[in-house]
Design a protein around this ligand. Sequence first.
Ligand code: SF4
Length: 182
Amino acid sequence: MTTLKEVRQRAEADAKMHGYALNPDEEMLQGILKGLKRNEERYGYPSCPCRLATGQLEKDRDIICPCDYRDPDVEEYGNCYCALYVNQEISEGKAEVQPIPERRPPQKLEQAYTSGGPDSAPEPAAKPAVVSSASETNLKFWFCKVCGYVCFREEPPHKCPICGAKQEMFSEILLGMNWMTR
Ligand code: SF4
């Protein structure tokens, strides 16, 4: 079984190779590394801890860390979607990690919810009802970009009950014909 130390060493080596750094916020960093370790144990590969996986390698290949979206995200925003990898400016405290838009195509996102895989919450059959209910009550789906925790409420929690990430690390999951996260 891969240890947390090994997950960290692997990320550090990859960051070094590409001229990046790991998130300088140790608490946030630990949460992301634990998420990677948990996903590796669960699926057999370290899928992104900020995204829902299907548990099927072929469908999740683009979100195996480092994901296909890391380089353009670090280039454009200074950090990857989870903020595991950051640029030198953030690493040196000259800029801050920011929540960034999801670059993964909506079709890819949707398959995590419709595949019936281990992380396929909400269940496809429940989706239309949930959409209807949400529009009537202002309830929304939110997910923690650090650990993947999903909740259904009007506002995201102030603190993730699983990993302790701050409220700004939550993103709304938009459901519908062409839903996507933001
Ligand atoms: S967003 Fe960051 S942590 Fe998530 S898979 Fe991509 S590189 Fe890894």
